[in-house]
Design a protein. Structure first.
Length: 338
């Protein structure tokens, strides 16, 4: 008997759709199997005004084709005026903070958190969530751990500000979830299944290189246990971050793993392997709905334990994007969407 599960309105709470031809290529690959996604603002230039947000949202809608899909827009953190926040508030799900230079297109990010407190305060008062790329500029394996003090500071100083620790990768970050009422987190697919060994322990695999870098087996285990029990403050956020093939397979490889087209099926395989398929609905949609109060368009996605071969690359007008598991077989696949 084939096993199957029908997921209601899967959500991807951290997604990079890019712009231009890449946007046109990857948007349908998420919109097929997800009801909605939180769209990251790290374009060049960043999405840091209501005008830019609305224009970008329109380009996403134009790229959707016939798919039903809610793009939950974000703005790039900078010091905003009260008026700017007041007019933009209803058009976005939150504001994404990048430490300056921490990752792709983050040069305009924040240099010191205490210098931008007035914006945190206004966001807290207006009920605008803060999403954070939580890494310092320290040793690469310690960057997330070193940033945890900043989460403590933010969560304590702004107790009503809802703060999402984006793409957590360490056991220490999992523990933080229970320390502050106003902290929640997203976790990616790759950080539930790989460690640094898969990236650089043998032949270097640029397609698994992302920020934050994959960590130790005990970190992966802690993340996996939290996901498999559908910890109510943990949400799926793919951090699917496509780069053209030539930006990955080169000297100076860009950070980002492209997982959108296979994320739902691969998560079903993972949860089934641990006999926790019944927890996948909460992890992939319900927790996010509760934490953000979103009501996504209804989409029923049935996943079955029938194999499918992940393409070697997804090909757009002018570019190739290589997904995680390129050319490999996955044990589960999407069998029906309505
Ligand atoms: C992301 C990107 O390429 O935009 N890269 C990544 O490795 N995750 C940015 C980010 O979320 O850090
Ligand atoms: Zn990201």
């Amino acid at each position: 008997m084939p096993k199957k599960i029908t997921l209601r309105s899967p959500l991807d709470m951290h997604l990079h759709l890019r712009d231009g031809d890449m946007l046109k290529l990857v948007t349908p690959l998420t919109a097929e199997s997800f009801s909605g996604a939180v769209i990251m603002p790290n374009l060049v230039p960043p999405v840091d005004s209501l005008d830019r947000l609305l224009e970008y949202k329109q380009r996403i809608v134009d790229a959707l084709g016939h798919y039903k899909f809610d793009p939950y827009m974000t703005m790039f953190f900078r010091q905003y005026s009260e008026k700017e926040l007041a007019v933009a508030k209803d058009h976005m799900i939150g504001i994404k903070l990048y430490p300056a230079g921490a990752t792709t297109n983050s040069e305009a990010g924040v240099k010191a958190l205490d210098a931008v407190e007035p914006t945190f305060k206004m966001m807290e008062e207006m009920g605008i969530p803060l999403m954070v790329h939580g890494e310092t500029h320290g040793f690469v394996m310690d960057r997330e751990k070193e940033f945890l003090d900043s989460y403590d500071y933010l969560a304590t100083k702004f107790p009503k500000l809802k703060i999402t620790m984006e793409h957590i990768t360490t056991a220490d970050a999992v523990k933080m979830l229970d320390r502050h009422e106003n902290l929640r987190a997203t976790v990616t697919l790759q950080h539930l299944i790989i460690t640094l060994d898969d990236v650089a322990g043998g032949m270097l695999n640029p397609h698994l290189f992302c920020k934050p870098i994959a960590k130790r087996p005990e970190d992966r285990e802690a993340l996996l246990q939290a996901a498999l029990q559908a910890h109510p403050k943990l949400m799926f956020g793919s951090d699917s971050a496509p780069h053209p093939l030539e930006k990955k397979e080169c000297c100076g490889c860009a950070a980002g793993v492209f997982t959108s087209p296979l994320a739902v099926a691969r998560l079903a395989q993972l949860f089934d392997r641990h006999d926790k398929l019944d927890k996948l609905q909460a992890f992939i949609s319900d927790n996010a709905q509760n934490l953000y109060g979103v009501k996504p368009a209804e989409k029923l996605v049935t996943v079955t334990n029938e194999r499918f071969q992940v393409p070697a690359a997804y090909v757009g007008h002018d570019q190739h994007v290589v997904p995680m598991h390129a050319g490999e077989e996955i044990e589960w696949s999407i069998s029906h969407i309505s």
